[in-house]
Design a protein around this ligand. Sequence first.
Ligand SMILES: [Zn+2]
Length: 419
Amino acid sequence: MQGTFTCGAPMNLTINPTRLWQRLNDMAAIGATPAGGCNRQALSDEDYAGRQLFEAWCRAAGCEVRRDAVGNVFARRPGRDAGAAPVMSGSHLDTQPTGGKYDGVYGVLATLEVVETLNDHALETDHPIDIVVWTNEEGSRFDCAMMGSAVWSGGLALEAAYALEDLNGVSVQDELERLELIGTAAPDHNLQAAFELHIEQGPILEASDKPVGVVTGVQHMCRYRIEFTGQETHAGPTPMSMRRDPMMALARFLTAGYEIADAHAPAGRMTFGYVHASPGSPNTVPGKVELTLDLRHPDADAYQAMQQAAEAAIERSASEFRVDATYTRVWEAPGVTFDNTCVQAVRDAVAATGLPAMDIVSGAGHDACNIAAVAPTAMIFIPCDGGLSHNEAENISAEQAANGANILLHAMLNAAGGR
Ligand SMILES: [Zn+2]
């Protein structure tokens, strides 16, 4: 059975779009890059400056700011019932080295805007509200995406996070200590609801002309390392039919792979992002070809079917050309189905605002995946220009930002019991 939150908040309540847009611009000025993006990598001086600005805004909005042992930030607006489970919403402030202005930041500042709006209208909620900033979501400086939320949810040991090092040998613990970001807040998984508002980072909402995506889950994803091994020979004297050429097997396998993706269109994804031939000489038949396959699908059965078909195609392609093949699934992230009650809170918010929306499955991983493992969670997407993200040209309009924040406002009010 599907539950619903009860909500007595005014249906026509809206956030202040000017304030939200100004704050997005103010945050983007920290670590701004010449090409119009941001470089605030996790636990850098720029990340620290962004956190300081955010925390100052939160304190000015009457929130109590706490941090946990891995530097995750929780800014609380009290509820009517201090003992009630909080409604949590937020995302991350760190960026890729050549990142955009909105990835993560938007979800954090839109949640702060929700709190400001409640303050403007002197609206109390039954449940407290926590604005959350997760440490090192991007995993670019320290190679572990969604690190802070993984520690919080228990999926990653604190010691393992502390030990992660950047390319200069500086560890997460070094930086947390240098920046004095280690706090004492204990992880509390007893949440009434959790939300994450994010730019889509893909082209579907824009192409569908929908300002809001109700995210029902995150697709299953895995990564394979594959090797085809044959025999190096001279490119001239060896007839085609007498070679053991792993590149021929690769050609057959790539064709088969794209056919598998086609058979599972439009949801299935196959990406061959890395291909390397050895020894890499123009007049030598390669002895070895290495590649990666990134495979994704939102449906568990179809995902498994794609994996089986891909593995069979590797073996078939290898045997056809008398080469050897090995493959290993080196990484896998199971898909997430978001909580019915939280998704319904988003749907009710869509109804309250009258904005056109569509259901969507996230193609990328988010902190919300980790939260969903321990607490009821849902996500909201807004479109971004051309679906472009992890790019300095990442862009949204002030109106698009306001649309998503208004959905978040009503979804949070639904969950927090706003009046
Ligand atoms: Zn993000």
